[in-house]
Each structure stands twice: as C-alpha cells, then as structure tokens.
Design a protein around this ligand. Structure first.
Ligand SMILES: [Fe+2]
Ligand SMILES: [Fe+2]
Length: 157
C-alpha cells in the first residue's frame, strides 16, 4: 500500500461531499436511463440499472451519515448528468462514472485509514464492492472488458 498523506477532517468533509454529489448523479442517471433505454437487447440491463439506482441511494445515505459524523453539512446538488437517446451512450456514461467513482473511493479508503478512521474505511469498502459490480454489469452489457483500473490508479496518483 502506498503512503497517503494525512488529510484534515475539513478536507475529508469536502471530499466526501464530492463523493455524495457523485452518488446523487448516479441515482438520477440510473433512474432516468433504466426507464428510457429502448430496445429488446437492453431489457436485461434496464432491470439491472433499476437495481443500481436503489443501491446508489443506499450509498448516498451512508456517505451523508459519515459527513454528519465529521460535523459537516451534506451537499444537496448532484454532479451533472449527461443525457442521450442512444442506449450505448447511456451505458458508456454510466461506465465512466463508475470508473471515476471507484478510483475516488480507493483514494478515500487510503485517506480514511491514514486518519485512523476505520469505521469510515469499512463503510467505503462495502460501497466499493457494489460499485465494482455495477461496472461489471455495464461492461458486460456493452460487450467489453472491464476497464483496467490498476493502471489508471497509478497514473491518477
Ligand atoms: Fe454509489
Ligand atoms: Fe455504482
């Protein structure tokens, strides 16, 4: 595991609020895409996307709880949701959001552990397992391999 500089509680609140805005974005994208994605071959993934929406809501609640624990105020605004009427585009937007989300949570877990906030890192680990499942569902639906997150994590640093 690489060394992570210890960040302040204030900085952690700011970063968790970024994560929360990303969870809101995911909820909205999955709600809208699951209902508007058209075509017989996308019916299975549409059902999956509907499930993802519910899981993202669960993540948002966990992150908001952690922000409150640090005496921060949870944000109320999502990151922007992209729209398209092409099923492939919707799935690619979701895939990219999940990729960014996983990288962010990996970093957040390292930061939480550097702070000695093990309950937070444990909560984030549970979330990241589901985000990886979301990523795999989307890659399968697109008929592509899972993006290589190990490489992007290195260049991310
Ligand atoms: Fe999520
Ligand atoms: Fe997700």
């Amino acid at each position: 595991m690489k060394d992570t500089a210890r960040i302040t509680r204030k900085e952690m609140i700011r970063l968790l609020n970024e994560d929360l805005a990303r969870e809101y974005q995911a909820i909205i994208a999955y709600v809208v895409y699951s209902q508007t994605i058209k075509g017989a071959k996308y019916q299975h993934i549409a059902t999956e996307l509907e499930k993802h929406a519910g899981e993202e809501l669960g993540h948002a609640i966990i992150i908001a709880k952690q922000i409150d624990y640090f005496n921060g105020t949870p944000v109320t605004t999502p990151k922007a949701v992209k729209l398209s009427d092409k099923p492939e585009d919707m799935l690619r937007f979701d895939l990219e959001n999940e990729r960014v989300t996983i990288l962010a949570y990996r970093e957040r877990i390292r930061q939480a552990e550097a702070m000695g906030e093990y309950a937070l890192s444990e909560a984030l680990r549970e979330i990241i397992v589901q985000e990886q499942e979301h990523l795999t569902d989307l890659a399968d639906a697109l008929g592509i391999d899972n993006p290589d997150l190990a490489d992007s994590a290195k260049s991310h640093k």
